[in-house]
Design a protein around this ligand. Structure first.
Ligand code: ADE
Length: 224
């Protein structure tokens, strides 16, 4: 999969995309992430990409011209499955959306900043608007990093043990059960006996029960 990201703050994306799982995905050749600095497409030699909003009000808006040039220069080279704008008024990201996007070949992501981007860019180019939750970040970069990570780890071959994505919270519509490692006893707290039994069918049944219990307690909205 190839992901192109248009941003005014590429530095904010560099670290999260170049470590851990996303680094491994790129090293394995399963994921390519390309950052494009919007200032390359600035309207003047001062690097201007934003302006005051019509109608007045605090906060700058990213202008049509640099964004449209950036988007069209990328669209001239390849066809994107989705042109995604990260915005708090988008559709809230969830695991089914990440699963679906992990099947795409080419994604283009646009990070807003300041007050956001001119509405006409959204009308003309954007095919999907995604929020990572009901809170406002300073820009779309951290949201894009979250989105890339949630998608990238689902690309087949990225995770070491392919089944581990299948047992993640949300992957089967339930929260994940508790997990334990050594030692078997810590500060008087014991690992449940069943996990030491070696009886895999019973362990799976226990995990399913715990996942149901945890989901019912913490996220009753997820139990239909
Ligand atoms: N940009 C600012 N806040 C955001 C959010 N919650 N999700 C996606 N993009 C954003």
């Amino acid at each position: 999969m190839r992901i192109d990201i248009i941003t005014v703050m590429p530095e904010l994306l560099e670290s999260p995309l170049n470590h851990s799982m996303m680094k491994r995905a790129q090293e394995k050749g399963l994921l390519e992430v390309h950052l494009h600095h919007l200032r390359q497409f600035a309207i003047n030699k001062h690097g201007q990409v934003d302006d005051m909003q019509y109608g007045g009000g605090a906060g700058m808006v990213i202008m049509c011209e640099p964004l449209s040039k950036a988007i069209e220069s990328l669209q001239a080279v390849r066809k994107y499955d989705e042109v995604i704008y990260l915005t708090p008024d988008g559709k809230t990201l969830n695991q089914p959306m990440a699963n679906k996007l992990s099947l795409c070949e080419n994604l283009l992501m646009i990070c807003g900043h300041y007050k956001g981007i001119d509405q006409r860019i959204r009308d003309l180019y954007v095919t999907l608007e995604i929020s990572i939750g009901d809170y406002v970040l300073s820009g779309g970069e951290l949201a894009a990093a979250v989105l890339v990570d949630s998608i990238g780890r689902l690309i087949p071959g990225v995770l070491n043990d392919e089944t581990s994505a299948l047992t993640d919270s949300h992957q089967d519509g339930l929260l994940a059960p508790p997990v334990y490692t050594r030692p078997a006893e810590f500060k008087n707290l014991k690992v449940p006996d069943i996990l030491l039994s070696g009886h895999f069918a019973l362990i799976e049944a226990w995990r399913h029960e715990e996942a149901l219990k945890r989901t019912a307690e913490r996220r009753p909205d997820m139990i239909s």
